[in-house]
Design a protein around this ligand. Structure first.
Ligand code: TRP
Length: 73
């Protein structure tokens, strides 16, 4: 990456127990972190050297520079 860290995304949980899962960058794709959000909790997360994809399980609103999307509906 030319920048040390990438974009932030915002995840707002619409239910209890929404999971935010960080997937590793590179040829090996693994989960390296799982975060659980309660209803109404907000997480700001970045793409980094270690994280190239983020998976959301459950109902949430996800805000990125590309727009806003709802998961789990
Ligand atoms: N390790 C993969 C990579 O760095 C992770 C990944 C990126 C990925 N985008 C994906 C996995 C899309 C599944 C689908 O490229």
């Amino acid at each position: 990456m030319d920048q040390p860290h990438g974009e932030y995304i915002v995840i707002k949980a619409k239910d209890q127990g929404v999971q935010v899962i960080g997937l590793t960058r590179g040829t090996d794709t693994r989960f390296h972190h799982t975060e659980k959000l309660d209803k109404g909790e907000v997480l700001l997360a970045q793409f980094t050297d270690h994280t190239s994809a983020i998976k959301i399980r459950g109902r949430a609103t996800i805000m990125t520079r590309y727009g806003t999307v709802d998961s789990g509906d």
